[in-house]
Design a protein around this ligand. Structure first.
Ligand SMILES: *Cc1c(COP(=O)(O)O)cnc(C)c1O
Length: 396
């Protein structure tokens, strides 16, 4: 006897090949669509597909491959170790990594043809590693035009250029790029982006005067790609938009012609009738207003669902409801209302966000965070499932 053929309740039981408990469904055709859509806006600038943080939670390798197929010519990661993982998987496209520590495996990165961002102290370390690797490093000098994070200050820029020129003369490295990062491009009305772009142009001009044959100048992230054509230069660094999400508070993915690539779903684990006044989840912060049916969704903060989320939207068996009470480590509860029949809910699909369900932005709002964090924080405990086409997972 097998449970596939002998369900002992009214619960929805699917054939083996359609079985899954919880998963993040990643639509690679949406990734390709988004890259093509943004490449049109950015042309003639090239596209660097930013796949740091495991591709914002979507899977760095499948996203990188899809982005390259769709016309991206560069890949970007924060850490050199992330770039090395792409190389280990056979990716040969240009890759830039820009966030280093004194323990970054620079020699390995140089030997793997990974371009390295340089903010200051790292120049000497990279030059030393290039000697070890017996191969010139390809570096992109980073100017801090106002974000106050990484990058060289404008005051230190001439000195960095001179030091880099000396190393280039010696043959241990080549300066192939100058770049910066913007602080408020998601708020297009703010004046600081103009100031940052002016500082960037000045820094690029000094680098060109210093005689570097720059291949690429780049400073645009997704919000700047979409709102500041004057920030495109030779290359744009595309993260959020490639995943189909909007960086703007007042524009949706659809407004921008983008398709969210991640759909987070789980099977309802339990459903039951409860009386009025039933407390729900730790702290009993939610009590049922009347007799009702509650559904248990098997995703919790260990899966990356924010514990701070309150009354977050969930589409269950086609009905839009809200999370009720606290998110726990493995699960949360949804009050489905008096008319819901538990038998219809057990095993039914709960869509937290993504195609056909609530937007990731709605979950972010319910948890006091942003869409970037919502998708990126979905943990390795949730299996990723790759499909082609928005409804590719249905009826498989
Ligand atoms: C993450 C990151 C990006 C991508 O930003 P999005 O807003 O997601 O497009 C670009 N550049 C740098 C330096 C980054 O760290």
């Amino acid at each position: 006897m097998s449970i596939e053929t002998e369900p002992n309740s009214a619960a929805v039981v699917l054939p083996t090949e359609q079985r899954w408990e919880r998963r993040a469904v990643i639509d690679l055709s949406a990734i390709r669509h988004n890259v093509r859509r943004i490449a049109e806006l950015a042309a003639p600038a090239q596209i660097m597909a930013v796949v740091k943080a495991d591709g914002y939670g979507h899977g760095a390798l499948p996203v990188a491959k899809a982005a390259l197929e769709a016309g991206a010519t560069w890949l970007g990661t924060a850490h050199a170790t992330e770039a090395l993982e792409l190389r280990a998987a056979g990716i040969t496209a240009p890759v830039l990594a820009w966030l280093h520590t004194t323990d970054t495996p620079f020699a390995e990165a140089i030997a793997a043809n990974i371009d390295l961002g340089v903010s200051g102290w790292d120049l000497d370390h990279i030059a030393a590693a290039a000697r070890t690797a017996a191969q010139p490093a390809r570096v992109h000098l980073k100017i801090d035009t106002g974000l106050g994070r990484n990058g060289c200050t404008p005051e230190g820029w001439r000195e960095l250029l001179a030091a880099a020129a000396a190393y280039q003369e010696e043959g241990v490295l080549r300066v192939v790029g100058v770049f910066s990062h913007l602080a408020v491009a998601d708020e297009p009305e703010r004046p600081e982006t103009d100031e940052q772009l002016a500082a960037f142009r000045a820094a690029v001009a000094l680098a060109e005067e210093a005689g570097f044959g720059l291949e690429v100048r780049h400073t645009a992230n997704t919000p700047a790609i979409l709102s500041r054509p004057d920030a495109h230069f030779d290359l744009v660094r595309l993260g959020l938009g490639m995943y189909g999400l909007s960086p703007f508070a007042d524009q949706t993915s659809a407004d921008l012609g983008l398709r969210p690539a991640m759909r987070l779903v789980a099977r309802v684990a339990n459903a039951k009738r409860v009386p009025a006044g039933q407390g729900i989840s730790y702290g009993l912060t939610y009590r049922t207003a009347g007799p009702t049916t509650v559904a248990l969704v098997p995703l919790g903060y260990a899966d990356g669902i924010p514990r701070t989320a309150q009354a977050a939207p969930v589409l269950i068996a086609g009905v839009l409801r809200r999370s009720s009470g606290r998110v726990a480590m493995d699960q949360f509860v949804v009050d489905m209302g008096e008319d819901a029949d538990p038998a219809d809910l057990i095993g039914a699909e709960a869509v937290l966000f993504g195609d056909g369900g609530p937007a990731a932005e709605a979950w972010a709002a319910s948890a006091g965070t942003i869409n970037y964090e919502m998708v990126t924080r979905i943990s390795g405990r949730v299996p990723r499932h790759y499909v082609e086409g928005s409804w590719g997972e249905h009826g498989e």
